[in-house]
Structures are given as C-alpha cells and as structure tokens.
Design a protein around this ligand. Structure first.
Ligand SMILES: Cc1cc2nc3c(=O)[nH]c(=O)nc-3n(C[C@H](O)[C@H](O)[C@H](O)COP(=O)(O)OP(=O)(O)OC[C@H]3O[C@@H](n4cnc5c(N)ncnc54)[C@H](O)[C@@H]3O)c2cc1C
Length: 496
C-alpha cells in the first residue's frame, strides 16, 4: 500500500492548486481523478480539430500586480500561459431592451464609459464601483503582503444582498439592471451576496483575459509542476470510499479495489459526494449530513458549442450578454416565460486573430428541465433527450442570429451539453454550475470551512467559498493554510 502525506480527491482547479502548493512545500501528494481526462471544469476538448472549453471562458485579475497573476506566478506557470487580453473599452457587452452597454477595463474607465449611458448617475456608479473595488481588495496582493487572514474581513459583505446594495445606491432600475448584466456568472437575485458578486465582477474590471486554445493548459501546467515536485496525479481513479478508524480517515479506496494510505485528505469534489463516500465516524454527526445535503445548489447551463466554417465569422474579443427583459437576473421561470438570458462568445485560438474557429452560447438551465432523464447515463439517454437538446439548440441559434446575423451561415456543426452532462462529468450535484449557493440570507450555514470535523479531512473547491477561477484559487489558499499556516503562505505568494 502506497503511503502519502496528502491525498487529494478531484483534479479540478481546486484539487490541482492544493496539490501544487503542498508538493512545492515538501508534502508527498497524490491527486485522484475519476475521469480519463484531468481538469474538471478546466478541461478543453477537441471536436473536428477545434478546441472547446467546458467551464472557463474568461478570467480576471491577470495583469501584472493583480491577484490571479500573482497566484500563477507563485505556481510557476504564469510565463507559460497563452492568454489574450480582451477589449479594454468593452470586454463584456450587455445587450438589453435593444441597447448596448459596455463594461470597460479599469475602474475609472468603467465609471467613465458607463456614465456615458447614465450621465446623471455618475456619482452613484462611482460609489458602486468603489465598493466592488474595496471588496475585491480584500484578496489583493497588498492584502497578502500584510500577511492578513484571508477570510474574516469579508464576512459582513457575505451577509449583504447585492440587490439591496444596488437599490441603496441608485433608484435607476435600468442602471441596476446593467450592473447586474453579467449576473449569470454569480447566481440568483434572491440569494447572491455583495461579496460573491463584487469579487467576481471586480476581478474582470481589473482585467479580463481569455485562454488561447483553451483553459486545459492551466490543468496541464499545474500537473507538470506537481510532478516536478514529486507528486502523483492519477486518472481513472475514482475515490469510492474514505475508510475511517475512530475519528480519522486512514485510507482512500480507489475504484472499489485499491487502497491508498495518507496522513491527510483534501476533497475537491461536491461535499455531498464527499459525505457519500465517507465511512461512519464519531467525528461527524448525522445532522451534519442532512445539513449539507439540504443546501441549495446553483442552476446549471445549457451549452451550445459551435464549430465554425473556416474564415466566415469574425473573432470577437469580447463577450455578449443578451437579455430579453428588464431584469438581468436568472430565475427559474425564464424558460417558461420564453425569456432568454444568454452569453455568446468566440474563444481565442492561435490559428487566427481575425476569424473565430468556434463559438459558444451558454444559457442557464435548471435541473427540473432535465430531471426526467436523471436515471439515464451518457450512453443510455433516450431519443426524446436528444430531441429536447436539438430543439433548444435551434431556438438559441435563431435567437443569437437576431444579433449576430452572420452566425447561422457560418455554422459547420455543433454539440450541446446540459446539467445532466455536468453531473455525470464532474459529479456536481444536480449538474449545478457553481455548486452550493453561498446564500447571503444564511451565510453561516452555507459557507463550509476548509477544515472539517474529521481532524485529517479538509475540503476545497467552488463549493466552499466564491466559485470561478479567482474564488477557487483563493479557497485552495485557505485549505492549504490549514496545513502550512496563513501568514507563511500569504508571505510566500506575495513575494513570488
Ligand atoms: C458552464 C460553465 C461556465 C463557467 N464559466 C466560467 C468562466 O468563464 N470563468 C470562471 O472563472 N469560472 C467559470 N465557471 C466556474 C468554474 O469553472 C468553476 O467554479 C471551477 O472550475 C470549479 O473548480 P473545482 O475544482 O471546484 O471543481 P471541478 O472543476 O468540478 O472539479 C472536480 C473534479 O473532481 C472529480 N471527481 C468528482 N468525484 C470524484 C471522485 N469520487 N473521485 C475522483 N475524482 C472525482 C471530477 O471529475 C472533477 O474533475 C463556469 C462553470 C460552468 C459550469
């Protein structure tokens, strides 16, 4: 039986960053991934020779001196990344009620640009953006330099509703709606906190980038780095049981037949999945299981991945968020009411700066829309599921063609995925895109600490804290701080 210092379950961004940090610090680590491919939502796949992404379409704070850049520097992969800075004067375009609004990069640029649409609201816009920046600064490089505990300062903002905050700042409903124009990145109006919203939006206002030829490069480079520090990363290795002895875990069982002994365990998968494989232990009461299993999960996505005919559709260095109605917030009634809220983007490729090779359309989708097929698997889905997906794809193409008329004629072929695909692929509960909802109404209940009641079990990934690239990196830092010490790790990253 192999013995490790730390066994990490899941090779998504959370698991890989933890493995990289700990292996760099001298821990003998092993990452277990159930799938053949590594990366979870970082994974890119190839169709007809074109690269398509699963779950990262853009990322923020990658300019020099910004936090994600610093994290990447610390991991040693920053200079190897192929990234493309998006349009400075409009990286996100919010299209609502027949008008376009630009999100510009840089706080002052953002304020000036949006004020052109809302001249009387300039001071209110400034107040809003200043708050987003203050919250974003809680995870800045400066904050790390002060060796501060990452988490505690933000609690007040976790308990505050973004929607209430915006109402306090302005009476202008159109402005509120434009500022929440990218909210499908965050969650629903009734539960999204000021903290989650600000952390995500502030990061892209600082700077917004695409990964050229896909986000898989991040997973591949992290794996290379982990291996260079003596760590192991195993595919087709599903953790099927966490075997306990008294209060602690002694071994992880892989694929029902192999045991791995370890001093510590970090789980980077959905907490319900962790509890499902954890053997009975006096460390955890039954009530804990019910509490975690009762937490709400975010909506998922219907994704339409399009292969474009050669040199027919321009590469657009910005994202388009299309909204049919006044409110930009996703809610479970949108589909019933025939209202669309859609993200359209053309991923960056090294083949051409001028033309797009692929396009992706993302539309939030709730579990109830696919629930009737929940007992099917990828290979056993019925014809009615295929018909459901095809109908949704055709509707979406027609919808986007209203705004991007060249699109229809440029499509060579397409593929689709639903929350069922994500459930089967990453194991996320109900195919949710962002895992457990960090609901401002019950922040204490929803925010699961990295340290669990089982003394040698820690958790990481999007379910603990803010989701997305920035949030998952930050959470990996919290998780690793449990073993390395907060001040020590903060200093190391700050001085990388
Ligand atoms: C459609 C979509 C679009 C998104 N767009 C963006 C974006 O543009 N920018 C952004 O920053 N964020 C985006 N996100 C969010 C971002 O992708 C996630 O928050 C982040 O990648 C989650 O990382 P993770 O490590 O927590 O989980 P995951 O990536 O889900 O990784 C979990 C891993 O664990 C593995 N696993 C599960 N069970 C087991 C087991 N028992 N044994 C072994 N392995 C197991 C899974 O196979 C998977 O590889 C998007 C998400 C989705 C779904």
């Amino acid at each position: 039986m192999e013995k490790y210092d730390v066994t990490i379950i899941g090779s998504g961004l959370g698991g890989l960053v933890c493995a990289d940090i700990l292996s760099k610090e001298g821990y003998k680590v092993c990452v277990l991934e159930k799938n053949a491919d590594f990366g979870g939502c970082l994974r890119s796949y190839i169709r007809k020779g074109r690269i398509l992404d699963t779950g990262i379409h853009y990322a923020g704070s990658l300019d020099e001196g910004q936090i994600l850049n610093q994290y990447f520097k610390y991991t040693g992969i920053r200079d190897k990344l192929k990234i493309k800075r998006m349009d400075e004067d409009g990286f996100d375009i919010i299209h609502r009620m027949g008008k376009e609004y630009k999100y510009a990069m840089g706080h002052e640029n953002f304020i000036e640009t949006l004020s052109q649409n809302f001249p009387k609201e300039k001071e209110n816009i400034r107040k809003i953006i200043k708050t987003f920046k203050n919250i974003g600064d809680l995870i800045s490089v400066d904050h790390l330099k002060q060796k501060k505990n990452f988490s505690s300062d933000g609690m007040h903002y976790f308990n505050t509703s973004i929607s209430d905050f915006l109402k306090e700042c302005t009476d202008n409903a159109d402005l509120r709606s434009v500022i929440s124009g990218t909210s499908m990145q965050c969650g629903e109006e009734e539960n999204t906190s000021l903290y989650v919203f600000s952390t995500i939006i502030n990061s892209s206002i600082e700077s917004a980038y695409r990964f050229v030829d896909g986000s898989q490069q991040v997973a591949d480079l992290l794996i290379e780095s982990i291996k260079s520090h003596g760590g192991e990363v195993r595919n087709k290795a599903e953790a099927t049981r966490l075997i306990t002895h008294g209060k602690i875990i002694t071994c992880a069982e892989i694929n029902g037949n192999e045991l791995i002994e370890s001093k510590y365990f970090i789980s980077g998968i959905h907490p319900s999945g962790t509890l499902k494989i954890l053997e009975k232990t006096p460390s955890l009461k039954k009530a804990h299981f019910s509490r975690v299993n009762s937490l709400k999960n975010s909506f998922g996505f219907f994704t339409l991945s399009i292969i474009l005919k050669g040199n027919t559709f321009p590469y657009l260095n910005r994202n388009y968020y299309y909204h049919d109605e006044n409110s930009s917030w996703v809610d479970s009634n949108c589909e019933k009411q025939g209202m669309k809220k859609v993200l359209f983007c053309t991923p960056a490729s090294s083949y051409s700066e001028q033309y797009a090779k692929t396009a992706q359309i993302l539309e939030p989708m709730y579990w109830h829309e696919v629930e009737k097929w929940e007992h099917t698997t990828l290979s056993s889905r019925e014809a009615d599921y295929t018909a459901f997906k095809q109908k949704r794809a055709e509707t979406l193409i027609e919808y986007i063609a209203k705004y991007q008329p060249q699109l229809k004629g440029a499509i060579e072929t397409y593929s689709t995925s639903t929350p069922l695909t994500y459930r089967d692929y990453t194991g996320t509960k109900n195919g949710s895109a962002y895992g457990i909802v960090k609901d401002y109404n019950h922040a204490l209940k929803c925010l699961l600490p990295s340290k669990t009641k089982v003394p040698n079990l820690f958790i990481t990934g999007q379910n603990n804290n803010v989701h997305g690239m920035i949030g998952v990196f930050m959470t990996a830092m919290y998780t690793c701080s449990e073993l390395l010490g907060t001040q020590y790790l903060a200093e190391k990253v700050a001085n990388a």
